[in-house]
Design a protein around this ligand. Structure first.
Ligand code: ZN
Length: 424
């Protein structure tokens, strides 16, 4: 690790650039990069990469290019405006190790605007927090990656290994953006993803699967409701059976999640059905997100989902002869446990200690991140390490400003040591 004088020089350079880093983060948060609307924010990132003299690779994701790869998730939406951006720092004669600094540009929907204290895409700073949808998850991280690099240059240091800055889409629904980077050929000796991990290192994460259950009923006038079969109410026992499956999995547990309360969560997250208040509904469709322990095979999980739904449906007079359909689109993501004790992890521990003045903690994720692509499919340690954020995917999402500063320092120190630096 960098000696004390160099460490001081680098951390000071982060501090010197921090006002503009915060402004950059707020400007990026202002761009509503919801799914399918990421292009403007990706333009912003591409400009930022270009301004720093990085080589830009900006491409549209094509389903055909990635659908045969492990980790692919099927999609029901168009990729007509689905752009990934990579900025590459390529030293003339690379002598150090390489690193991928990855982040996702996509943000989740805001929900009802009246539940926000101030508008979600009008970022504001209050009591040491930066508020806004995507501020913590994870535009602060995308900015931290870039400003860590800026700090080294401000300190007169040029990294001697390749650095790939990746701004990807689709993290919140499929991971196909990170997968497209792998398909494109990007590899490095380590990857850092500054997701809001509370300045901890993500040591394990569950997998995630999305599916949709389509239930049919038999329509009838409500005055003769017993002649019909209510598709909406028929969903209740199916959902109950799926929650029993969730319960079984949590009971069974997984060694990496031994200290985690209720790591597996099944959530009915969307539901629609019926056409008319005085008609017995003939259809209902619900969407569910389920968590999966690392090591579980996706095909086995799908089989268990299907048999659970089929068994519950057999107990219903109508559904027994008209079984529900199950459709998979969105996340088909395996769980991931970070291989402990790699050189990258050890270095991050030292850099964290130097920046924060305390030991690096570990975080177990009961959601997924793009780290799985690096770890499971490319043999690259995927280090999830980023600032502290509250209420991500909820109202008044915010990120702790001091935690951004310190994690940026740690990332800058990591780059300096991992890639090596030469005075310019
Ligand atoms: Zn995220």
């Amino acid at each position: 690790m960098a000696d004390t004088a160099l460490t001081k020089k680098i951390t000071k350079a982060v501090d010197d650039g921090f006002d503009s880093q915060l402004k950059f983060t707020a400007d990026l948060t202002r761009l509503p990069s919801l799914r399918g609307q990421e292009a403007t924010a990706q333009d912003f990132m591409a400009r930022a990469y270009r301004d720093r003299g990085l080589a830009i690779d900006r491409w549209k994701i094509e389903v055909e290019d990635i659908q045969g790869l492990p980790g692919f998730s099927p999609v029901a939406v168009s990729y007509d405006d689905a752009w990934n951006v990579v900025g590459a720092h390529r030293p003339k004669a690379p002598s150090g190790k390489s690193v991928i600094l990855n982040g996702h540009i996509d943000v989740v929907p805001t929900g009802p605007l009246d539940m926000w204290t101030t508008p979600p895409f009008d970022p504001r700073i209050s009591d040491g927090w930066l508020y806004g949808r995507g501020s913590g998850d994870m535009k602060a991280g995308l900015a931290a990656n870039l400003f860590a690099f800026d700090a080294l240059r401000r300190a007169g240091l040029e990294p001697q290994g390749e650095i790939y800055f990746q701004s990807v889409i689709e993290e919140e629904c499929t991971g196909n953006g990170a997968l497209a980077c792998l398909q494109r050929g990007y590899r490095a000796d380590a990857a850092i993803i500054p997701e809001p991990s509370g300045t901890n290192l993500g040591s394990a994460q569950v997998g995630t699967m999305w599916f949709q259950v389509k239930v049919r009923g038999r329509p009838a006038h409500v005055a003769y409701a017993s002649r019909g079969s209510n598709a909406i109410e028929a969903c209740f026992p199916l959902i109950k059976a799926l929650h029993e499956m969730e319960h079984r999995w949590n009971e069974k547990g997984h060694p990496a999640f031994a200290d985690t309360d209720h790591p597996i969560n099944f959530v009915v997250s969307k539901i629609e059905g019926g056409d008319w208040t005085s008609s017995v509904p003939a259809w209902c469709t619900f969407d569910m997100r389920i968590g999966i322990f690392p090591g579980m095979e996706l095909a086995d999980v799908r089989r268990e989902v299907e048999s659970t739904v089929a068994e519950a449906a057999r107990k219903d007079n109508f559904l027994a002869n008209s079984p529900p359909d199950i459709v998979y689109h969105g996340f088909q993501a395996e769980g991931y446990v970070l291989e402990p004790g790699t050189a990258a992890e050890k270095l991050l521990e030292q850099c964290h200690l130097a920046a924060h003045g305390k030991e690096l903690g570990r975080r177990i994720f009961t959601g997924t991140t793009d780290a799985r692509f690096f770890g499971l499919y490319a043999g690259i340690p995927g280090l999830v390490y980023g600032p502290t954020s509250h209420d991500i995917h909820a109202f008044d999402e915010r990120v702790d400003i001091e935690s951004i500063r310190l994690t940026t320092q740690a990332i800058a120190l990591f780059i300096a040591d991992w890639c090596g630096v030469k005075a310019t």
